[in-house]
Design a protein around this ligand. Structure first.
Ligand SMILES: *[C@@H]1O[C@H](CO)[C@@H](O)[C@H](O)[C@H]1NC(C)=O
Ligand SMILES: *[C@@H]1O[C@H](CO)[C@@H](O)[C@H](O)[C@H]1NC(C)=O
Ligand SMILES: *[C@@H]1O[C@H](CO)[C@@H](O)[C@H](O)[C@H]1NC(C)=O
Ligand SMILES: *[C@@H]1O[C@H](CO)[C@@H](O)[C@H](O)[C@H]1NC(C)=O
Ligand SMILES: CC(=O)N[C@H]1CO[C@H](CO)[C@@H](O)[C@@H]1O
Length: 598
């Protein structure tokens, strides 16, 4: 059974109101009246029972089924609630609980969410109550069940007092496209054709909204936040002029107030310079969970030094900083055009149990650069120093034109053009696309140690390990040490990458007994100016773990310039012990996987 509240797409709710008190929910039954705006913006009055439900479903009596919930009891005695599903962007869709995945009438919290109004009738100064309960005289509002967990956020219709200070509430608009698609296939998954609802933050002068108030700085909102808080940004560009330190578990939620933008914009003003610091620093020495959603983060001026998001560093809190674990979930964030002397201009985590970067994220034009004589770690987009055995790293999205560069008198050995991953004992899963990133070693990704399972499903194109004075290696990815029990599998696509030294795609050094290194993906037109068109290894230690070049791998057109393509596929050198290598023509003659140390 479907309901035609799903015929209506919610457009907006109103106004700068403070909705924390004054709710009383008494009326036993009522009828809702709604002023419906059609495409041409003409307002018509309807009641929910005669227009929002299909033929045969008209005339239902709606009740307060629970505090904060309107619904009805069906012929089987089941309670069905009207709810609005959040589709993950800014859209809401009305459904009854029978067509929602979780269904049933969950008891909602009493937190009420308000939205900026879409002016319904330009001639009226006086606000209009667009949805009210004629029996009780109360007005309908939205209530949300979410307490910081923004996925599958659900909104419910509820009633509250219609005091003038609350102003108007809901506008429901009929969307003809929606009515056909949704009534045919009742589903909690909303149609992208839904109109955008406008969040309260869009009316705030400084683009910051938290706990029913506009804030003049983001810092103040963070200062007032508590665990589980959602801080909203959007509308105005949010300016950050000094480091915001916070120790709460919060969600920073962007809103696309202007429908042309997908994200809310946060900018470090040009006077805010810090060679190694960041705009946001998570400072809780133990557990801290942070969600970043729908945000664009950048700095105002070119060449300005400031990073975006950091955890503590290992020297913070008298050395305690290195024990910190921040869980970070990123959805649709775009961090770009920033630089720092520190790793992780986008995101630096000393440690994490969970980092998720979703497929809509984009890290672009980020630079780590220093002439410090003791620096090796690059990773301008993301640097993670420690992932414990129970930890997970899931990195999707896009990494474009990021660079790590440590020129003389620096080390000339910047590692990781986009990502720098140090101690990886947990599970790592990379599905991101890397294009045009550059470092001295690991054009896109540099890994110091793998102890767990590292699966690379990424797409790497045109990344470069650049000669900067003293050799270079690993065009796309490098890993210095594979511990016993480590699995490092390359299943992705690696195309047109270049190492001006060794290892056109990938390089390794120490392989301990009981480790596995495997090439399974697509390797095309990569180039090492020295040796190892795809894989190059040099070590003073004997190669001990298992190495597999899967016969299912696609290997075409890779070049090892330094040895006339003798190691077009790979070259693995152990100093004092000699080397083993393979050319493309040898590979082409094979009918089985190549396995070392089986
Ligand atoms: C909402 O506001 C936008 C922009 O002002 C306008 O284009 C749109 O027609 C309005 N919609 C309704 C239903 O009032
Ligand atoms: C890696 O992530 C992709 C995309 O999210 C997923 O399909 C795949 O199952 C994951 N693989 C592992 C080994 O977790
Ligand atoms: C180049 O690096 C090697 C070790 O990586 C070092 O021994 C050598 O001195 C360096 N040469 C120059 C010119 O910096
Ligand atoms: C190496 O291989 C590439 C691609 O197959 C080819 O264009 C190039 O001429 C080869 N170089 C030598 C020296 O054989
Ligand atoms: C084989 C090769 O060198 N392909 C490309 C690698 O990436 C560089 C930089 O983008 C290109 O110039 C090469 O053509």
């Amino acid at each position: 059974m479907s309901t035609n509240l799903s015929l209506a797409s919610l457009i907006a709710v109103l106004s700068a109101v403070s909705l924390t008190t004054g709710r009383s929910l008494q009326s036993p039954t009522f009828t809702i009246e709604a002023r419906i705006l059609s495409e041409d913006n003409a307002a018509t009055k309807y009641s929910l029972s005669d227009k929002f439900f299909k033929n045969g479903e008209t005339g239902k009596v709606y009740n307060w089924i629970r505090p904060g919930q309107i619904g009805f009891v069906d012929e089987f005695g089941e309670e069905l609630c009207l709810s609005l599903l959040h589709d993950g962007t800014n859209n809401y869709i009305g459904v009854d609980s029978s067509s929602a995945t979780k269904s049933k009438c969950e008891t909602t919290s009493e937190r009420w969410e308000t939205f900026a109004v879409n002016k319904s009738d330009s001639s009226l100064e006086e606000p209009v109550i667009l949805l009210n309960d004629v029996t009780s005289g109360q007005c309908a509002y939205l209530a949300t069940n979410s307490e910081g967990k923004t996925q599958n956020e659900k909104y419910y219709l509820g009633l509250g007092d219609c005091e003038a200070s609350y102003l108007a509430n809901l506008i429901l608009a009929i969307d003809n496209d929606l009515s056909t698609t949704l009534s045919a296939t009742p589903s909690p998954t909303p149609s992208p054709k839904l109109k955008t609802s406008v969040h309260q933050v869009c009316d705030c002068n400084d683009g910051v909204y938290y706990d029913n108030s506009c804030y003049d700085t983001l810092e103040n909102a963070f200062d007032d936040s508590t665990d589980g808080s959602i801080i909203h940004v959007g509308g105005a560009v949010v300016e950050v002029s000094e480091t915001i330190e916070f120790d709460t578990s919060v969600t920073l939620q962007g809103h696309a107030c202007d429908s042309a933008n997908k994200r809310a914009k946060i900018v470090a003003v040009s006077s805010f310079e810090t060679k190694t610091g960041a705009m946001f620093v998570a400072t809780n020495p133990s557990k801290q969970e942070v969600v970043l959603k729908d945000l664009e983060i950048t700095s105002e001026s070119e060449g300005q030094y400031v990073a975006a998001f950091h955890s503590l560093s290992k020297t913070d809190l008298g050395g305690e900083g290195k024990r910190q674990k921040v869980q970070l979930l990123c959805t649709n964030i775009h961090i770009h055009d920033m630089q720092s002397e520190e790793s992780g201009v986008g995101i630096f985590l000393i440690g994490t149990y969970e980092l998720v970067v979703d497929d809509e994220c984009l890290f672009e034009n980020l630079l780590t650069t220093t002439t410090d004589r003791d620096r090796w770690a690059g990773g301008p987009a993301i640097a993670v120093i420690s992932l414990p055995e129970s930890g997970t790293l899931d990195i999707a999205g896009q990494f474009t034109n990021n660079r790590a560069y440590f020129p003389s008198p620096g080390t000339e050995h910047a590692g990781g053009g986009a990502l720098y991953l140090d101690w990886m004992a947990g599970r790592v899963n990379i599905t991101a696309r890397f294009n045009g990133n550059q470092a001295n070693q690991g054009g896109a990704v540099q890994i110091q140690a793998i102890l767990g399972t590292f699966t690379d499903n990424g797409v790497y194109t045109k990344n470069i390990a650049a000669e900067e004075g003293n050799g270079s290696r690993f065009g796309a990815l490098g890993c210095i040490k594979l511990y016993s029990g480590a699995t490092f599998v390359l299943k992705g696509s690696y195309i047109d990458n270049i190492s001006e030294g060794r290892g056109g795609v990938v390089g390794t050094n120490i392989h301990m007994e009981g480790s596995l290194f495997m090439l399974q993906g697509t390797f095309k037109n990569n180039r090492a100016m020295n040796d190892g068109g795809i894989w190059g290894r040099w070590s003073s230690t004997t190669l001990k773990g298992k190495v597999v070049i899967d016969i299912g791998a696609t290997i075409v057109g890779n070049i090892a310039e330094g040895d006339n393509n003798n190691s077009g596929v790979f070259n693995a050198v152990t100093s004092d012990e000699g080397s083993v290598s393979m050319s493309s023509s040898e590979w082409e003659r094979r009918t089985t996987s190549m396995i070392l140390n089986p």
